[in-house]
Design a binder for this molecule. Structure first.
Ligand code: PGA
Length: 240
């Protein structure tokens, strides 16, 4: 598999360190990088470590893009994925939240909002780096199965698997049935991708994603063709 490096890290600390090192080196080799960053539990520790390790000026120069958002939930809502991105990545790294390209998931015309986002990514010259988690169903962002590699930034219905896993993030929050997501087309075109995967529950899906058939049924499997992919996987997810 040309272009794919798989790092299997031991323990939560080793995983966070390896993921932070991978993200940090991508940022340091590309000053002012346009970066799209995943929410979810997996990268939180890595982001905290990155905030400790990355020079403040390198962080401040990043052009940060939100990866996905629940349809209808305002950026300012503490339950939004924007708030998660702000708390886990933007604030710890000392990035000005006003400089981040957020999704306006309350826009009257969500499709037009998706076109606006695509334009902003194009104006940045595409993503230099995509930091992605792996959904329990093989999604990246909210590119739910089945997703074609040419899938654009769009409004998507969330799968049962995503509704269930995201419901666990905020107790009592009825996860909206639809979301906006950066398209698989933009994510696959990122010059470097760091995929972070941890936990026993991801074991089957991480092997399907990185070693199984390349198929819209496992959207992350299209990463197998990426020219510069760092997959940082913990030992619980990878197995013996
Ligand atoms: P997680 O989410 O990091 O909370 O497992 C990953 C995802 O669903 O993309």
């Amino acid at each position: 598999m040309p272009g794919i490096r798989i790092t299997v890290a031991d323990g939560p600390d080793g995983f966070d360190r390896a993921a932070a090192a991978s993200i940090g080196s991508a940022i340091e080799t590309s000053p002012g990088a346009a970066v799209v960053v995943a929410t979810g539990r997996t990268p939180v520790g890595a982001y905290a470590r990155l905030a400790d390790d990355l020079a403040a000026d390198a962080a401040a120069r990043l052009r940060v893009f939100q990866l996905d958002e629940y349809l209808g939930i305002p950026t300012s809502d503490p339950r939004s994925l924007a708030s998660w991105t702000r708390r886990s990545f933007v604030e710890p790294l000392g990035i000005d939240p006003a400089s981040v390209e957020w999704f306006d998931a309350t826009a009257d015309d969500p499709d037009a909002e998706c076109r606006r986002y695509e334009l902003a990514v194009a104006q940045a010259g595409g993503f230099d780096l995509a930091v992605l988690g792996l959904g329990p169903n093989g999604h990246v962002g909210f590119n739910e199965p089945p997703s074609d590699p040419r899938s654009r930034t769009r409004v998507v219905p969330l799968s049962e698997a995503s509704l269930a896993s995201n419901a666990a993030y905020v107790p009592g929050f009825p996860v909206p049935a639809r979301a906006l997501t950066a398209g698989l087309d933009l994510l696959l075109a990122a010059r470097r991708v760091v995929l972070v995967v941890s936990g026993r529950t991801k074991r089957e899906i991480v092997h399907r994603a990185l070693e199984g058939p390349v198929t819209p049924q496992v959207p992350a499997s299209f990463l197998q063709g990426h020219p510069d992919l760092d997959a940082v996987v913990d030992a619980d997810a990878w197995g013996a």
